[in-house]
Design a protein around this ligand. Structure first.
Ligand code: F6R
Length: 357
């Protein structure tokens, strides 16, 4: 039930801090340490390469998951769109492990790949919100998102839950492999949950950004570098699917190789700046588009902010920034759709669970 909320999407955005806390609890052992099924730990440690397969928002979470697994568990990761995997089957490593990420656990494109890789005799882990779902039943292992039912067609809390669970998977695997990381994940996820709450309490700020940048927009760009690029892809998908504004998530440095031709007077460009290593270079990209007339909106992270930034996110661990940076983008999409009179929870042409290939 939506309770006092006008839409499920807004309710589900607001539930994200609570979902973080539920996930921490669900994966904590009696000593308070994060723990996962020993079979999963073993399968991860034995893999020489991981293949993440997913669609849409879950694919975007997978792109972040690659960073987490490579950095915390030191296993190479490829991320694939399920709908493409069948035709362009990559050359597999000797000991592959497949990870399917699917909120519903019913997505036909992902299932088709699962069936194929099981036939080939490979192992698969499904990360899903729905216990007993098809992908969960047909995989060797399952990790649950504990996000509660997601009703709005546009996925929000499942995305952040997927990233948190991938972080736990990566961190516990890394520890099992004897890799020492300077990351206390229980603590850092707790900090992220608090930061997410702060953002959910600042909705008017994002309503204001939507009102300022998007009422007359025919298109919108979300730019970022590194992990911010992946969150930009998700921000663009959210905006497209519920407000019907043409949107593109783009790697900041790639704009000059063609796409910058689309920048006109007043084109909205929303830039994320949460990564210290690329803070200077993404800001240079913002200057490039601003010089061509774009209306730029920088969302940065505390510690990296510069005067003129439109919003400064509370600081969280560098690998966990998508948990917080996605919330403004979810809310901007929500309010842009609302202002345009769109059916936020049930956008046209879309179904919650895509059970056809
Ligand atoms: C976007 C959205 C979709 C799903 C995609 C995969 O907001 O919800 O892109 O993420 O259809 O669905 P699942 O995760 O259920 O496999």
């Amino acid at each position: 039930e939506k309770g006092t909320y006008p839409h499920f999407m807004l309710k589900e955005i607001d539930e994200q801090p609570l979902v973080m806390r539920k996930i921490i609890q669900a994966y904590q052992n009696a000593d308070g340490d994060l723990e996962i099924d020993s079979d999963i730990k073993q399968a991860m440690s034995a893999a020489d390469r991981i293949y993440i397969v997913a669609c849409g928002t879950s694919y975007h979470a997978g792109l972040v998951g690659k960073q987490l697994i490579e950095k915390l568990a030191a296993i190479p990761v490829e991320v694939h769109l399920a709908s493409e995997f069948g035709y362009n089957m990559p050359l597999l490593s000797e000991k592959p492990l497949f990870i399917f990420i699917s909120q519903s656990g019913e997505t036909a494109d992902s299932r088709a790949v699962l069936v194929k890789v099981k036939e080939m005799g490979h192992r698969a882990l499904t990360i899903t919100n729905v216990p007993g779902s098809t992908l969960s039943r047909e995989s060797d292992y399952t990790m649950l998102l504990h996000a509660g039912p997601e009703i709005a067609v546009a996925s929000t809390k499942a995305y952040t839950a997927q990233i948190a669970v991938l972080a736990i998977l990566a961190s516990v695997t890394g520890a099992a492999k004897g890799i020492t990381a300077d990351l206390d994940l229980v603590k850092e996820l707790g900090i992220a949950a608090n930061a997410m709450e702060t953002l959910c309490d600042a909705k008017e700020e994002f309503e204001q950004i939507a009102a300022e940048y998007l009422p007359a927009a025919i298109n919108c760009f979300f730019i970022g570098r590194s992990i911010d690029h992946f969150v930009g892809l998700e921000g663009a998908l959210k905006l497209k699917e519920i407000s019907y504004i043409q949107a593109e998530g783009f790697a900041g440095g790639e704009l000059k190789h063609g796409t910058i031709a689309l920048i006109e007077e007043q084109t909205p460009v929303i830039a994320l700046a949460t990564q210290a290593g690329v803070n200077g270079s993404i800001r240079a990209n913002v200057k490039e588009v601003a010089a061509r007339g774009a209306s730029t909106c920088i969302i940065s992270m505390q510690g990296l902010e510069t005067e003129g930034d439109r919003f400064v996110l509370p600081a969280v661990h560098e690998l966990l920034t998508p948990l917080v940076s996605v919330i403004p983008l979810q809310l901007i999409a929500y309010y842009a759709a609302l202002h345009r009179g769109c059916d936020v929870d049930k956008p046209r042409n879309l179904a919650k669970s895509v059970t056809v290939e």
